[in-house]
Design a protein around this ligand. Structure first.
Ligand code: 5GP
Ligand code: ZN
Length: 120
């Protein structure tokens, strides 16, 4: 399990705590969904755990409830945007090669346009 409940230096923890004001687009027990500040698609949001989990690779079996909440938040948000029929992409970046730039686990929800494959 990721040890830290919150990291006072983490921008997403500050959003969860309210230190940085955000209006979550969706919320459940362990997760919130926020708009990405630099959208790469007509719909681009981030599902993030309320607990400070530094990365996907930091998850353990003890974090199953957190991961479930994050993934269901992503699915329910996508559904609320009407994306089930047209489709959407979920993306998790881990580490330098994965392109992770914020050290707090987040699932990108991208939709509203046709995605390309393979990703860059
Ligand atoms: P990563 O590159 O770590 O997978 O994704 C980080 C995402 O967080 C990027 O898409 C970036 O645009 C977004 N982001 C970075 N800073 C902020 C912020 O202050 N507010 C919001 N809403 N999104 C942010
Ligand atoms: Zn954090």
């Amino acid at each position: 399990m990721s040890e830290q409940f919150t990291d006072p230096t983490c921008i997403f923890c500050k959003m969860v705590s309210g230190e940085i004001a955000v209006k979550p687009l969706f919320e459940n027990s362990h997760a919130i969904v926020i708009s990405d500040i630099n959208p790469q698609a007509p719909v681009h949001a981030l599902a993030i755990p309320k607990r400070h989990v530094p990365s996907f690779a930091a998850l353990s079996a003890n974090d199953a409830d957190i991961l479930t909440s994050v993934m269901f938040a992503a699915a329910e948000f996508a559904r609320s945007q009407g994306l089930d029929a047209s489709g959407y992409r979920l993306n998790i970046n881990h580490g330098v090669d994965g392109g992770q730039t914020v050290g707090h686990l987040h699932v990108h929800i991208l939709g509203g346009r046709k995605m390309t494959w393979p990703p860059g």
